[in-house]
Design a protein around this ligand. Sequence first.
Ligand SMILES: Nc1nc2c(ncn2[C@@H]2O[C@H](COP(=O)(O)OP(=O)(O)OP(=O)(O)O)[C@@H](O)[C@H]2O)c(=O)[nH]1
Ligand SMILES: [Zn+2]
Length: 359
Amino acid sequence: MKHKQLKTFGFNEEIQDYVTHHLQGLALGRVISQQRNLYEVMLEDKQIRAVVSGRIQNLALDAQDFPAVGDWVGMRQTGLSTDTAIIERIVPRQSVFLRKMAGRQSAVQVVAANVDTIFICMALDGNYNLKRLERYLTVAFASGAKPVIILTKADLATDLDQQLASVTKIASGAQVVSCSSADDSWLRVKKFVAPGETVAFIGSSGVGKTTLINQLMGKKIGATQAVRSSDSHGRHTTTSRELMQLPDGGLVIDTPGMRELGVVSGDFATTFADITELAQSCKFRDCRHENEPGCAVQEAIRTGTLSPERLASYRKLQAEASTNENLRGRARENAKVDRMFGGKKQMKAFLKAQRKRRR
Ligand SMILES: Nc1nc2c(ncn2[C@@H]2O[C@H](COP(=O)(O)OP(=O)(O)OP(=O)(O)O)[C@@H](O)[C@H]2O)c(=O)[nH]1
Ligand SMILES: [Zn+2]
């Protein structure tokens, strides 16, 4: 393999393959942080600043078409300076954690790209909320990365065993780990971070993501500084996403705490595998699990094997995802029309003129 140094940054055969076929003449790097339009990119031998090319800007329909932290990118160096480059290509993502941003109707945000494992962090204090966890799992399972549930602040848990059991019940096969900053339980988390693999920490603000990352970083602060572009956060609150290299290998993406995780694409079959499985025994194939005769889902609720809250949660998230996906599809379509014609009116005029010419 050519890119020896980059291998410690997660470089693998699939990326090599793409580089060989599509990135000839471009330098390969991985995005380690982003501040608005300015990117910090790790190259084979150094770290540089980069901006995106006009081509990427012209083709982009929404945030997903721009580079994000964790992306592999092909770059051209500018003639002006050796430590600034232009990002020309984004290597197709092996996984992407996408969320709908609060507020703007159709705006999506790439939280992290090319992640192997997603640590869904939830604290065992007042932050503990199973419905929110179902939401995070839905998005995480759809990302292409493997979710692991990290229950933090175990020292503040009201009933640790009961909470662990409840979480495991809805985890749909994702592993569940509890930890506390008061002891060395972070070692249980460390087991999930293999050299050359990327993990992303996701969760509400204040659940202890940074605390846990600092424990994983150990005392080798130097290793952090080499990768971090600016380390003057001042307070504890994480303000921007960044990719860091752990002393024992392994890469970590810290993300600022989210107030709200809007679902754009969700994996309902995996997250709600219990309901999906029950539904296969419903009498009607298109059963909506309402009042249909022979509904196995309603039957499970009657007998107590499925909670009505879980079905409600499933319905709510699915409706939200479908609304958001529609909104987003339309927004992308509009952006495309704007790019090509300058607007809908102009497009109609253009099509009309074309029809006339054909006649
Ligand atoms: N009791 C207790 N407090 C903790 C634990 N882990 C973190 N904290 C405290 O929780 C607060 C928030 O921790 P952070 O690590 O900054 O949380 P964060 O998730 O990175 O927050 P954002 O950067 O805002 O996303 C700090 O005051 C920590 O000291 C824990 O296991 N137990
Ligand atoms: Zn049914």
